[in-house]
Write a protein that binds this ligand. Structure first.
Ligand code: K7E
Ligand code: CUA
Ligand code: CA
Length: 659
C-alpha cells in the first residue's frame, strides 16, 4: 500500500473512532449547542460547562488523530531502556487518593507515592505515632481525617526556579495545606486552614514583595471555593446565605502557620503569584456570591482578583485588621466596597469573562493568563498595568487586560514553552490549543490580520491540567508537555467500570505539537509539575540523629515498664530484630520503637504485627514508633513485611501477651 493510501486509511479509521467517542471534534463546524449536547452524553463532568456554553461559536477543526499527523519532535524518545534513568521528575497530585506521586518523565513510570492526607498501608502512614502527629488526631488518639482530595502541587522557589526543598499541595476535601519534604519525599507538615471549605487554588510566592534579599518562597497563598458563614455559626447564619463569605489565606511556608486572611467577594478558584513577589491573584467564578448553580452563573463578568501583598502586610503592621470569631489571625478586608481608591486599595478585581478556571503566570514574568472555561477564550492580564493601577497611573483596571484570544471550547488551564507560546487545554473540544501571547496582544490591539493560534491537537480525552517542563518557573524550556486527561475511554485495556486516567506526554520542541506517550494513571490526579532531575537531590539514607527516639544499636534495645505502660526499644538489621521476643500483660499499653540500623541503601525492613492492625516500614537509619493496647492474649509473631534478605522470611519475633 502506498504511504498516502495507508495514511488516508488511518485518518479515516481514527475519525471513525473519534466520531463515535467525541462527535464535537469530528463534526467540523458545529454549533456550540450541538457540541455541548453531544459532550453532555459523555458524562456528568462535561455537563456543567456545557449547560452554559458560550454564545460565540468558534469553529472546531477536524484534526486527524495525532499519530497520523506526521510530525516528528526534537525532544527525543520517550522510551527509557532497561537500566537507564529518566531525565525529568514529575510531581503529580493524587486527587482523592490524597497522596502525591512521583513519576519519571518522559517514560511516565510511577516511582513513588508520598502519602499525606490519607493512611497508606505500604509505609504505615497513619499507623505510626510520627505520621499520626503530622496528620492530626482527635483527643482519643485516632486520626481526625482519613480522607483527602489533593489537587494543586507546586514546589518552593529560589530565584524563580525550584529549590528542591518543599512541595505544597492542597487538600480540597478537608481544607488542609500539605507540605512534602523533597529530600526524603515525605510529608512533614499538614496545616488545617481555619474558616475554609473547598480549599482549591494554591501557589507559593517566588520572592518577598519588599525585601530583595528574600529571593525564595516564604508564603503560600490559598484560595477558598465554597462560601460559608465566617463570623459565627448558628441557626441564623447557616440559613442565610447573605452571611456567607470566603477568605484568601496567606500561610508562612516555613512555620506552616496562617499569617493572614483576607475577606473577599465571591469565591476563589485557582491561584497564581508574580515573579517579583508583589502580586498574588485568584480567579473567581462566582463574583455574584451565589450558592445555587444558576446563581453562580448569573453575572456575565467574573474576575481575576489581585492582591497587593506588601500593602496588605503593611496594613496588618499598622493594626488595620479584624478577627473572625475567636481566632487570633489578622483578617483584612479585600472586598470591592472597601477598596475603591487605588492609592490605598489592598486588592483589585480585573474583569474577565464569566466563570474562568485556571490562572497561570507566563515565565517571562509579564502576564497572567486566565482560561475561560465557559468562555472560549483566554484573557491575558499585564502585571505592570495592575501595578500601575495601584500606583494611580491606570484610570481603569479593565485596561490591564491586553488580550482576549479565542482558543476553543472549555479552556481550563494554560502552560508555556519559554518561547512566547501558550498552550491551553480545551476540555470540551478534547484538544490543546497552542497560541502566541504577543500575537494575541497585537490582535487585541487592533491588528485584525493576525491569527495568534498556531496549532491544535487532539488529546484523549477531556483534558484538565497541562504543564510543560519548568513552565511554572522562569526556566521554561518547551521540551515536554504533560496533559492530564479526565477520561481515557478506549485508550487502555478494559479493567471494569473505573477507567484509568490518561496523562499524555507531548513533544513541543517544534512548531506543531506531537503526541508521544499515553500514561495510565490511577484516579484522580489533577495538577503536576515537570522539571529536570538535576533540580532534586533526594537522600537515600536517613540521618539517625534526626530521630529523638532512635535506638542506635542492638545493645541499647530492650523492654521497660512503667505501670501498665510498656516500651519496647527495638532495632532491625538484616535478617533479625532485637529483641526477638518480649512479654506484656493483657491490658498493657505497648509502645514499640523501631530503628533500622542497617546503613545499606535500599535495605528497608517492615514491622507487621498480626491481629493488631499494625504495619509500617523503616528505611535505613530511620526510626518509627507505634502505640497500641495489648487487648488479645496469645502469641503474636511480628515479622518483616519488606523483602530484605535471603532470610527475610525468617526475620521475625514473638510478642507474648499473658492474660
Ligand atoms: Cu486544578 Cu482539577 Cu482542582 Cu482544573 S482543578 S481540571
Ligand atoms: Cu527485613 Cu525483610
Ligand atoms: Ca459567574
Amino acid at each position: 500500500m502506498s504511504l498516502l493510501g495507508k495514511k488516508a486509511l488511518d485518518v479515516a479509521a481514527n475519525l471513525g473512532r473519534r466520531r463515535f467517542l467525541n462527535s464535537a471534534a469530528a463534526l467540523g463546524a458545529v454549533t456550540v449547542g450541538l457540541a455541548a449536547c453531544k459532550e453532555n452524553t459523555q458524562g456528568s463532568a462535561a455537563s456543567a460547562p456545557a449547560a452554559a456554553a458560550p454564545k460565540a461559536a468558534p469553529k472546531t477543526e477536524i484534526t486527524a488523530a495525532p499519530e497520523t499527523r506526521g510530525f516528528v519532535g526534537g525532544a527525543g524518545s520517550t522510551e527509557i531502556h532497561p537500566g537507564q534513568l529518566d531525565t525529568h521528575y514529575g510531581v503529580w497530585s493524587g486527587g482523592h487518593t490524597g497522596d502525591l506521586r512521583v513519576l519519571g518523565i518522559p517514560s511516565g513510570r510511577e516511582l513513588a507515592r508520598v502519602p499525606g492526607c490519607c493512611p497508606d498501608a505500604l509505609v504505615g502512614w497513619g499507623i505510626t505515632n510520627e505520621s499520626k502527629a503530622v496528620m492530626g488526631t482527635k483527643p482519643d488518639g485516632t486520626l481526625e481525617f482519613t480522607t483527602g482530595d489533593t489537587h494543586h502541587v507546586h514546589c518552593s522557589y529560589k530565584d524563580g526556579i525550584y529549590d528542591g526543598k518543599y512541595c505544597f499541595v492542597n487538600d480540597k476535601l478537608n481544607a488542609r495545606l500539605v507540605r512534602v519534604r523533597l529530600d526524603y519525599m515525605v510529608t512533614d507538615k499538614i496545616l488545617k486552614l481555619p474558616h475554609v471549605q473547598g480549599f482549591h487554588g494554591i501557589f507559593p510566592d517566588k520572592r518577598d514583595p519588599v525585601d530583595p534579599s528574600i529571593n525564595y518562597t516564604t508564603r503560600v497563598f490559598c484560595g477558598q471555593e465554597f462560601r460559608v458563614p465566617l463570623e459565627k455559626i448558628d441557626n441564623n447564619t447557616v440559613n442565610d446565605d447573605a452571611n456567607y463569605g470566603c477568605v484568601f489565606t496567606c500561610v508562612d511556608s516555613e512555620k506552616m502557620e496562617v499569617k493572614w486572611q483576607a475577606r473577599i467577594d465571591g469565591n476563589c478558584d485557582l491561584v497564581a503569584t508574580s515573579y517579583d513577589g508583589k502580586l498574588a491573584a485568584t480567579n473567581q467564578y462566582n463574583t455574584e456570591g451565589g450558592v445555587t448553580y444558576p446563581d453562580m452563573m448569573s453575572a456575565e463578568v467574573d474576575a481575576c482578583l489581585f492582591f497587593n501583598v506588601a500593602r496588605i502586610e503593611q496594613a496588618i503592621k499598622d493594626g488595620k485588621f479584624t478577627h473572625l470569631g475567636n481566632n487570633k489571625i489578622p483578617v483584612v478586608d479585600c472586598r470591592a466596597e472597601a477598596n475603591k481608591d487605588p492609592k490605598t486599595a489592598l486588592a483589585v478585581p480585573v474583569p474577565v469573562p464569566k466563570n474562568p478556571h485556571g490562572v497561570n503566570a507566563s515565565p517571562d514574568g509579564k502576564y497572567f493568563v486566565c482560561s475561560g472555561k465557559l468562555s472560549p477564550t483566554c484573557t491575558v492580564i499585564e502585571l505592570q498595568k495592575v501595578l500601575d493601577w495601584f500606583d494611580g497611573k491606570l484610570d481603569d483596571i479593565a485596561k490591564a487586560v491586553v488580550a482576549e484570544v479565542e482558543v476553543g471550547l472549555g479552556p481550563l488551564h494554560t502552560t508555556f514553552d519559554g518561547r512566547g507560546n501558550a498552550y491551553t487545554t480545551l476540555f470540551l473540544d478534547s484538544q490543546i490549543c497552542k497560541w502566541n501571547v504577543e500575537q494575541a496582544i497585537k490582535k487585541y490591539a487592533g491588528d485584525k490580520n493576525i491569527n495568534p493560534v498556531i496549532d491544535k491537537i487532539d488529546v484523549m480525552y477531556q483534558p484538565g491540567h497541562i504543564s510543560a517542563t519548568h513552565a511554572e518557573t522562569s526556566a521554561a524550556d518547551g521540551v515536554w508537555m504533560g496533559v492530564g486527561n479526565k477520561f481515557s475511554k478506549d485508550r487502555f485495556l478494559p479493567v471494569g467500570p473505573l477507567h484509568a486516567e490518561n496523562d499524555q506526554l507531548l513533544d513541543i520542541t517544534g512548531e506543531r505539537m506531537v503526541l508521544v506517550h499515553d500514561t495510565p494513571v490511577r484516579g484522580e490526579p489533577h495538577d503536576f509539575v515537570i522539571f529536570k532531575r538535576e533540580w532534586l537531590n533526594p537522600k537515600q539514607i536517613y540521618n539517625m540523629e534526626d530521630f529523638p527516639l532512635a535506638v542506635p544499636s542492638a545493645e541499647e534495645a530492650g523492654v521497660t515498664r512503667n505501670g501498665n505502660k510498656v516500651t519496647v526499644r527495638m532495632v532491625s538489621f538484616a535478617p533479625a530484630f532485637e529483641p526477638n521476643v518480649f512479654k506484656v500483660k493483657l491490658g498493657d499499653e505497648v509502645t514499640v520503637i523501631l530503628t533500622n540500623i542497617d546503613r545499606v541503601e535500599d535495605l528497608t525492613h517492615g514491622f507487621g504485627l498480626p491481629d493488631y492492625n499494625i504495619q509500617f516500614i523503616v528505611n535505613p537509619q530511620e526510626t518509627k514508633s507505634v502505640t497500641f493496647k495489648a487487648d488479645k492474649p496469645g502469641v503474636f509473631w511480628y515479622y518483616c513485611t519488606n523483602f530484605c534478605h535471603a532470610l527475610h522470611l525468617e526475620m521475625r519475633g514473638r510478642m507474648i501477651v499473658e492474660s
